[in-house]
Design a protein. Structure first.
Length: 307
């Protein structure tokens, strides 16, 4: 499981005065607390004193907040209002595209991003987000082309390098993927996802010591990442270090008790160890969490156990 990261844009409300209004503007202009942003933007919108671009910015920022809360319907409605008020703002099309993408409507997302790029051919976030949509559709070639354009426009964008690396990895171009992860890490030495993704590619290349090193770094940077423990455990298992694998799977389960993959891998490690009872128990747990898991089912049947 590789990780890809998308980008959002906030609009800035300017030229507003008054203490109460200033508080609402501050709330509306920030993205750290979506509920606070919704409250501040709503007060500004309901006040009916905002005009033109400022009113569009309030709708746009509230749309970003709704999207961050997972309320995509309201987010899209707000971006619609912002675009109606200011139809030449590329950022609003880009942000609406993210809401569509989050709903799984990738075609509408791409259409909005096409509009954003037409309005502003140097809008790096629009290329970045269109690449994200293409990647979700499985079109890695177009994703790579758009991430490359993003990097040309913003050569210090660590996320663009990381995500282009994901696309290269999907195509089996592991050396190019590693080169991009290297660049992302140079730009951001604390980028846990880039270490995680590079570890996955090293695993695919059979360079297990490097894979373990990168997964370990990802865990140090983000100790709550269950999948970094699972993947490091897989590499430990591949290299015969079954006890270390079991320890990593146990840690992953503590972090995410409903992750069927952790139980499946734990069952496999116990099977390698010769502990049939624990293997069966963990395969059954994996199957209870994911009834369509044919690997867990087939392993149980191979051990003479009922699913």
């Amino acid at each position: 499981m590789l990780r890809i990261v998308f980008a959002v844009s906030l609009s800035l409300l300017v030229g507003l005065t008054g203490a109460a209004r200033a508080d609402n503007v501050g709330d509306c202009n920030q993205s750290a607390d979506p509920q606070r942003a919704i409250r501040g933007c709503t007060k500004l919108i309901d006040n009916k004193r905002l005009k033109n671009k400022n009113l569009a910015s309030a709708y746009s920022n509230r749309g970003v907040a709704y999207r961050n809360k997972g309320d995509y319907k309201r987010a899209i409605a707000d971006f619609d209002s912002a675009i109606k008020l200011n139809p030449k703002d590329a950022a609003d099309y880009s942000n609406r595209a993210l809401a569509y993408a989050s709903k799984g409507d990738l075609d509408r997302a791409i259409a909005d991003l096409d509009s954003a790029i037409k309005l502003n051919p140097k809008h790096a976030n629009a290329y970045y987000n269109r690449a994200f949509a293409y990647a979700d559709k499985g079109d890695d070639d177009r994703a790579i082309a758009d991430f490359t354009k993003t990097i040309k426009l913003n050569p210090k964008d660590a996320n663009a390098y990381n995500n282009r690396g994901v696309a290269y990895g999907n195509k089996g171009k592991f050396d190019l993927a590693i080169k991009d992860y290297d660049a992302a890490i140079r730009l951001n030495p604390k980028y846990a996802n880039a270490f995680y993704n590079r570890g996955a590619v090293y695993d695919d290349k059979g360079q297990f010591a490097r894979a373990i090193r990168d997964y370990s770094k990802a865990i140090r940077l983000n100790p709550k990442d269950a999948w970094a423990y699972i993947n490091r455990g897989v590499v430990f298992r591949k290299t015969g270090k079954v006890e270390l694998a079991i320890r990593d799977y146990d840690k992953a389960i503590k972090l995410d008790p409903k992750d069927a993959g952790a139980y499946y891998n734990l069952g496999t490690a116990y099977r390698m160890k010769g502990d049939k009872k624990q293997a069966i128990a963990n395969y059954r747990k994996a199957l209870s969490l994911s009834p369509s898991d044919q690997l867990a089912r087939s392993n149980l049947e191979a051990m003479g156990a009922t699913p």
